[in-house]
Design a protein around this ligand. Structure first.
Ligand code: CAA
Length: 258
């Protein structure tokens, strides 16, 4: 258990849980929450006991966006000086698997936070969207870029220009999320998946994550060179020796993450 004000965290069986906890404002993401999220994510990333991280909200909302009350008086100079997206950028440096479990509203900065999860499970009642256009702004924490990379330029523009919510079914159809699940099961299924990943060779999990994200920005050739280096790197691990020895000896491998 933790002493955070805007999130609740716990660890069970190697799986860390981070739950957004500002229910009165539908988990609107204020600046203290971003700082606390980073502290929790980076702490779990360093914690050897933790193999995967599950990120969730509550039944009504994953998060209904950045906190509008907090930013309504901001101007471009105050935002530049605040440099708040520096913390968001650090989210992309988390090495362990992040599984997102989304119920209810997932809008604006909340959708951007959800998109920081490597795998996304959503409840049938989840709604995703970037309503920023209705506030006279646009996404600022990667939403425009990530949505375009996930669903393609034409579909992304269609959604970003109107700012209307998409259903979980639509998000699945466009490749934005991984699975649609009954609302009461979404967190359980996310934890179950996290446990499955946690049972795999941890260094392989880590380097596959790194290589997949590099492949988004690299050319096919550059991506394959990067992949090869990581493939070679794994042959320096004890887990590679154990994994292949276990195969030959016809027994389950016991991976140590070394
Ligand atoms: N910021 C601050 N407060 C918020 C909020 C937000 N993003 N979203 C909801 N709330 C608050 C409401 O003001 C309300 O507070 P009060 O009870 O004190 O009035 C409380 O949460 C409950 O909300 P509603 O009464 O509006 O609930 P609803 O079920 O009728 O509607 C909703 C739900 C459709 C999600 C609606 O709350 C809404 O449209 N919220 C704003 C969504 C939005 O525009 N998000 C984008 C924010 S900008 C952004 O995220 C920028 C970025 O990229 C970094």
């Amino acid at each position: 258990m933790s002493n955070y004000e805007t999130i609740i965290t716990s660890v069970e069986d190697g799986i860390a849980l981070i739950q957004l906890n500002r229910p009165r404002v539908l988990n609107a993401i204020n600046r203290p929450m971003v700082t606390e999220l980073l502290d929790a994510f980076e702490g779990f990333d360093r914690n050897d006991e933790v193999k995967a991280i599950v990120l969730t909200g509550n039944e009504r909302a994953f998060a209904a966006g950045a906190d509008i009350d907090e930013m309504k008086e901001d101007d471009s100079v105050s935002l530049e000086l605040l440099n708040q997206f520096k913390e968001w950028d650090r989210l992309a440096t988390i090495k362990k698997p992040i599984i997102g479990a989304v119920n209810g509203y997932c809008f604006g900065g909340g959708f951007e936070l959800a998109l920081c999860a490597d795998i996304l499970f959503a409840a049938e009642n989840a709604q995703f969207g970037f309503p920023e256009i209705k506030l006279g702004v646009m996404p600022g924490a990667g939403g425009t870029v990530k949505l375009t990379k996930l669903m393609g330029q034409k579909k992304a523009l269609e959604w970003l220009w109107l700012g209307d919510p998409m259903t979980a079914g639509e998000a699945l159809q466009y490749g934005v999320i991984n699975r649609v699940i009954a609302p009461e099961l979404v967190l359980e299924e996310a934890k179950k998946y996290a446990k499955q990943v946690a049972s795999r060779a941890p260094l392989s999990v880590r380097l596959i994550k790194e290589t997949v994200y590099k492949s988004i920005d690299y050319s096919t050739y550059e991506g394959m060179q990067f992949e090869r280096k990581n493939f070679y790197l794994l042959f320096s691990s004890q887990d590679q020796k154990e994994g292949m020895k276990a195969f030959v000896e016809k027994r389950p491998a016991e991976f140590k993450g070394k």
